[in-house]
Design a protein around this ligand. Structure first.
Ligand SMILES: Nc1ncnc2c1ncn2[C@@H]1O[C@H](COP(=O)(O)OP(=O)(O)OP(=O)(O)O)[C@@H](O)[C@H]1O
Ligand SMILES: [Mg+2]
Length: 219
């Protein structure tokens, strides 16, 4: 199964979610390939930090791909892995479209902010264009990342996202918690962080359970 974490907004949390999903899947324990399809190479930097923190005991394979080769290389690699997780940049690029052309699942984080929610229509348009050239439909999901702890912005954003047709809204948000950036900075998933942040761990587990329940009969 191939997951692409994407969208048309920078800084929404794509890499954070991609590396945490990779490490969640690697726990099962299948073989997971993390594909960095963003020229910023943040997922590649994450893997380098992880290798350093764990003395090379990184439990997944990481590669960096760009442009059309995201599609052609993944077609060659996919049978060697149980899961592929593709981290894309926050723009409508050849890399993101190539990733979506070979993916089963598209996961799009949205922060509950106007600038993020304003990209919804463009993401929907991108999905419709991708669906038109696919034989098997892409399964697309949205969720709130960096959700607020108070105020009405979460609800307003959730209302808009839940009305989307091409995207299924997962009502399992990740809060705005320092544990996510602290863990990433050390090459760890939020679940591996010490001391742990139980709320961040629980939210992450709930999100991935929802995603896997929708996409995979027995995660
Ligand atoms: N739920 C969260 N709570 C707090 N901080 C978060 C959360 N998710 C992501 N961040 C932080 O927000 C910043 C952007 O996250 P990240 O790099 O994952 O976004 P991105 O969408 O991959 O960005 P880019 O478009 O630049 O690739 C990082 O500093 C990250 O640690
Ligand atoms: Mg990123």
């Amino acid at each position: 199964m191939i997951f692409t974490i994407g969208g048309i907004k920078g800084g929404s949390g794509k890499t954070t979610v991609a590396v945490n999903l990779t490490l969640r899947l690697a726990r099962l324990p299948p073989d997971v390939l993390l594909v960095d399809a963003d020229d910023q190479e943040t997922a590649t930097d994450f893997t380098a930090w992880r290798d350093e923190t764990l003395n090379g005991a990184t439990n997944y394979t990481a590669v960096k791909l760009t442009g059309e080769s995201v599609r052609s290389q993944i077609l060659k690699l996919r049978d060697k892995y149980d899961y592929v997780v593709i981290d894309t940049g926050g723009r409508d690029t050849t890399s993101q479209r190539a990733a979506l052309s070979v993916s089963d699942v598209y996961l799009v984080p949205f922060n509950p902010r106007s600038f993020d929610i304003w990209t919804l229509q463009r993401v929907e348009q991108l999905i419709l264009e991708i669906q038109a050239v696919r034989t098997v439909p892409l399964r697309a999901f949205a969720f709130l990342n960096r959700a607020d702890f108070k105020g009405s912005d979460n609800r307003d954003a959730a209302d808009l996202l839940s009305r989307s047709e091409p995207l299924l809204f997962l009502d399992t948000s990740l809060g705005n918690r320092k544990a996510f950036s602290h863990a990433s900075a050390r090459g760890l998933s939020v679940t591996e962080l010490t001391p742990p942040d139980p709320k961040a761990v629980a939210e992450t587990e709930r999100l991935f359970q929802a995603l896997l329940t929708h996409t995979h009969p027995r995660p």
